[in-house]
Ligand binder design. Structure first.
Ligand SMILES: *Cc1c(COP(=O)(O)O)cnc(C)c1O
Length: 394
């Protein structure tokens, strides 16, 4: 059997897969089995934050693997404690962290914290969580329920847990809060929903209103976190201090890790929550290496230069191809081109792969760009050269 046949026979077919067989990568360039190079504008959906074969990350993983990969959370884990400290420090957040293995799991943790807060802090139990339409919070039964996109709620997975409802916009949140509402869960830039950033003033106003009402603000930074929007967290960019923040994608540079951070340090106590793998030596050592690379990039001003350069290139494309795209959207290195219709997106995806540049889709009609934060100007130039070839024939 060839690779495609093997996959189709033995792997559950939950993805509409492309069958290019990538064997290695360097920075923001991927190579297939024939040595053909592709510019990677997707970074594994915002995961390979420091690119492929980053020496700092690779050395950290190799050195850690030779010592301890994993022991249980019944022992203290040095890189876990250090990574927690580093995340709090870099995001200037006075809180503590629980480590999981994915974004969905981090959000599950956030919902558990909120539910226990609602159970223990009020005379009348609060348990309801409000989320937004076009949101995305994960694929477990609870996080799929929290996801405000009908297409994910196929009736075949029901019954779902109670206590989740969706509203269309931030402005609609105010009127949907009742005395059983415990939390509002939002992304600051909706990623899967179409690379849609919310207005800073609107978010700040919501944050202070929720604080008054003692309703928790949970910000899902699974995609926006770890410098994706140009700051350590999008919450830093928006200058808010949510009650709970979740992270995952970019944190391990490709090693699975999720994190839920909260300033309510005493809500969960021993036995309330746990994870076999969460926060193990390998993933947290990887996280420390990623933060070392990215905080240097940030401090030196190079991250800022890169995102301005990328933005300029993308705006130029949006202007010159106004026949295909309405506008350029997004923040930092979380960017998109809003296409005039879904067929354009399909053609862009297909042609881009043929021109050897990897881009993503988001929502119904957005072409999405999530390059590694370490991408070079040369790689950006080459990627857009190929992208323009890809779209010029549409
Ligand atoms: C990707 C994503 C998730 C889910 O993360 P997984 O690691 O796939 O479970 C949750 N929320 C947001 C905002 C995401 O972008």
């Amino acid at each position: 059997m060839n690779l495609e046949q093997l996959d189709k026979e033995f792997v559950l077919q939950t993805y509409a897969r492309d069958y290019t067989n990538f064997t290695h990568g360097e920075g923001s360039t991927l190579f297939d089995e024939n040595g053909v190079d592709y510019i990677d504008f997707a970074s594994g959906i915002a995961v390979n934050s420091v690119g492929h074969n980053n020496p700092t990350l690779v050395n950290a993983i190799c050195e850690q693997a030779k010592k301890i990969i994993h022991i249980s959370n019944l022992q203290v884990i040095e890189p876990q404690a250090k990574l927690a400290e580093q995340i709090c420090k870099l995001s200037n957040y006075n809180g503590a962290i629980f480590f999981a293995n994915s974004g969905a799991e981090a959000n599950e943790g956030a919902i558990k914290i909120a539910r226990k807060y609602g159970e223990t802090q009020f005379d009348k139990k609060r348990y309801k969580v409000i989320t937004l339409e076009h949101s995305f919070h994960g694929r477990t039964i609870t996080t799929v329920k929290a996801t405000g996109q009908e297409s994910f709620h196929t009736p075949s997975f029901s019954p779902y847990p109670d206590g989740f409802s969706y509203v269309n916009s931030i402005g609609d949140i105010y009127n949907s809060i009742d005395d059983e509402t415990v939390a509002v869960l939002i992304e600051l830039v909706q990623g899967e929903g179409g690379v849609q950033p919310f207005d800073k003033d609107e978010v700040q106003k919501l944050a202070s209103f929720l604080k008054e009402q003692k309703v928790l603000l949970i910000v899902d930074e699974v995609q926006t976190g770890i410098y994706r929007t140009g700051e350590m967290l999008a919450s830093n960019l928006y200058e808010i201090e949510p009650d709970i923040i979740t992270m995952a994608k970019g944190l391990g540079g490709g090693v699975p890790i999720g994190a839920v951070m909260t300033k309510h340090k005493d809500i969960l106590t021993a036995g309330d929550h746990g994870s076999t793998f969460g926060g193990n030596y390998l993933s947290t050592r990887a996280g420390l290496a990623v933060l070392e690379v990215l905080s240097d990039l940030y401090d030196s001003g190079r991250l800022h230069e890169t995102l301005l350069y990328f933005e300029t290139k993308l705006k130029d494309i949006a202007n010159r191809y106004s026949n295909l795209f309405d506008k350029e959207v997004g923040l930092g290195l979380m960017r998109g081109l809003r296409a005039k219709d879904a067929d354009i997106v399909s053609s862009v995806m297909k042609n881009s792969m043929a021109q050897r540049v990897i881009v993503l889709k988001a929502g119904r009609n957005t072409v999405r760009f999530l390059p590694s934060l370490t991408i070079t100007k040369e790689e950006i130039d080459e990627g857009f050269k190929r992208f323009e070839k890809a779209i010029s024939t549409i």
